[in-house]
Design a protein around this ligand. Structure first.
Ligand code: ATP
Ligand code: MG
Length: 576
């Protein structure tokens, strides 16, 4: 493609709306533009990258034995009602009505639609396993769309669904897909780790998220460098640091004055006690009903764990008036001693400790020498906290580290959650009906593009992995006014294309060499060939890898060989 004829609107200045490198660079390099909050259009270079990700996905799905289908974006409400997700999904589900006043959702994911499709056709165990996928537009009315296509309201997703005869067969499919995912992200040039995760709204028994480690990532992850354990914070378990006091106290609990001290830190300073000797008592509304969660003073409540344990769909911190109503005191003085009328949950880490400090249910007062079980009833213990850096790894005990990641894909073993509620059954060898055992597998295609840039960029621009680059070779004609130079560059263009490369040829007559170099760095093709009069006078053309500082200078006859040599090196970086 000749740049003089192409639609590649690059931007010099950093756009104000963008916060993270990938968002800035996708706008600056002319890959996409915003249409409205959370809705983007992909320009030619962006679309080429998307098609490359899709192609890698298609090849790996074929290899894993999955077949491609295409389902509608508009999905009838009845299907969502069958599984209860019409209610459960909340506002993220974009709902629309047709002219007959019938309800639909713009599909955020397609478990219901595919299960409906398969149940109509599925008769016998002989038709299983079945493994189907699509690459299609998804809608989610995200509360906070941000970071460009990283979290948008309309995005491209590959979603796959498998149907097996039983649990063991489903496990087998799951691990085949898991391996396919590792190959896909490797081929996209991404350094990506599968982590154990919470299965959230989709449900099911176990799941992995594929995380690209990046500081700008929205997902918090706990990792163990010693044994490789990695889990999303929503799910991660850890061995807490020891309790401040390990022996029960014989002293009765007593009230102390703590005027104007609301936080564990402030009261701790006043009483000269460590935060780990405190019990924080948080009042939440779980589906509107107040509950109390007790947590050690140096820990934080993990709302996803609480919600999963309770099986509720909404969990929010209670507003101040509600805290007053439930505890009889303003926020900051809640405690379990004497707390009535609410279910009390406590994090496991509190079990081993003694001699605690808690709020007194009275303004400006705390209790000391509190023993759980003696001064208040034993609460419902469970893992309700988020792990923190330094907690012991649940697998090997070595210290965990906190990190951040971008979730580019997720695999779920669903079990019979959908086949049961939607009656997706087959006749088994035993002549009885059985529910199909399902798995589902998603990849955010557009998010993967952004994540690749997030992982591969520098101050000048993008450094595309060769597998995703819109073009593999960027050919620069540095002195367009000189016919001899232009002739050599034109010949290079033809030769490179004939050799099978995708070439972007900057043949613009009105741009300076400096401007073209800058554009090449911004657009980030892995290889460039620079044809200029100064080089030709010395009998050379420059061939450069984007990731290297210095170009190789070779005679015109050796340009193809050099490009090939560099391309081989680039492809090695994306080998599965
Ligand atoms: P997140 O936790 O980031 O909201 P999710 O877990 O809800 O994502 P899944 O239901 O697992 O998402 O969807 C599969 C994949 O689709 C994700 O791994 C992600 O790559 C992509 N994805 C999900 N939501 C968005 C979005 N709003 N914008 C772009 N891609 C998304
Ligand atoms: Mg997910």
């Amino acid at each position: 493609m000749r740049v003089s004829k192409a639609f590649i609107p690059t931007v010099k200045e950093t756009p104000g709306e963008a916060e993270i490198p990938s968002h800035k660079l996708m706008l600056r390099a002319g890959l996409m533009r915003k249409v409205a909050s959370g809705f983007y259009e992909y320009l030619p270079l962006g679309q080429r990258v998307i098609l490359k990700v899709n192609q890698i996905i298609r090849e790996e799905m074929e290899r894993a034995g999955a077949q491609e289908v295409l389902m509608p974006i508009m999905t009838p409400a009845e299907l969502w009602q069958e599984t209860g997700r019409w209610q459960k999904y909340g506002k993220e589900l974009m709902r629309v009505k047709d002219r007959h006043d019938r309800d639909y959702a713009l599909g955020p994911t397609h478990e219901e639609v595919i299960t409906d499709m398969v149940r109509r056709e599925l008769k016998s165990y002989k038709q299983l396993p079945m493994n189907l996928f699509q690459i299609a537009t998804k809608f989610r009315d995200e509360v906070r769309p941000r970071f460009g296509v990283m979290r948008s309201r309309e995005f491209l997703m590959k979603d796959g669904y498998s149907f097996d005869v039983d649990d063991a067969a489903c496990d087998k499919t799951y691990w085949i897909m898991f391996e396919a995912y590792k190959r896909i992200f490797k081929r996209c040039g991404l350094l990506c780790s599968p982590v154990e995760a919470d299965s959230g709204l989709i449900g099911g028994s176990f799941t992995h998220e594929f995380m690209v480690l990046a500081d700008s990532g929205e997902a918090a992850i706990a990792m163990c460098e010693a044994c490789g354990y990695a889990a999303n914070m929503e799910k991660a378990a850890g061995v807490p640091s020891p309790a401040a006091v390990s022996q029960a106290t014989t002293e009765a609990f007593a009230t102390v004055d703590t005027p104007e001290k609301y936080t564990v830190e402030d009261v701790g300073v006043l009483l000269k006690l460590p935060p780990s000797q405190f019990i924080k008592t948080l009042i939440f509304l779980a589906d509107g009903k107040p509950i109390a969660v007790l947590i050690r003073g140096d820990h934080e409540v993990n709302e996803v764990k609480v919600q999963n344990a309770l099986g509720t769909t909404e969990l929010v911190l209670a507003p101040a008036e509600k805290v007053m109503e439930v505890t009889g005191a303003p926020v900051g003085f809640a405690g379990p001693v004497g707390l009535k009328g609410v279910k009390i949950l406590a994090d496991n880490a509190l079990k081993d400790g003694h001699d605690y400090v808690t709020g007194a249910l009275v303004k400006d007062k705390h209790l000391v020498h509190v023993e759980i079980g003696r001064d208040c009833a034993a609460p419902w213990y469970n893992d309700f906290r988020s792990v923190v850096t330094g907690d012991g790894c649940p697998k090997c005990g070595k210290p965990l580290k906190a990190g951040r990641g971008i979730e580019v894909g997720q695999t779920f073993k669903l079990g019979t959650k959908y086949s049961k509620s939607m009656k997706c059954v087959y006749l088994g060898e035993d002549s009885k009906d059985h529910e199909a055992v399902m798995g589902c597998y998603g990849i955010g295609v557009t998010r993967t593009v952004a994540a690749a840039i997030e992982q591969h960029n520098d101050a000048e621009g993008i450094l595309w992995p060769i597998s995703l680059a819109p073009y593999q070779v960027h050919l620069l004609l540095l002195n367009p006014a000189e016919p001899e130079v232009a002739k050599v560059a034109d010949q290079c263009y033809e030769d490179l294309k004939k050799a099978g490369y995708e070439v972007l040829y900057d043949d613009r007559a009105d741009s300076s060499a400096g401007f073209k170099f800058k554009d090449a760095d911004l657009l980030g093709m892995p290889l460039s060939v620079r044809v200029g009069s100064r080089g030709l006078k010395e009998g050379v053309i420059e061939v450069k890898r984007r990731r290297e500082k210095e170009p190789a200078k070779v005679p015109p006859a050796q340009v193809l060989d050099k490009v090939k040599e560099f391309a081989v090196e680039e492809w090695k970086l994306c080998a599965p």
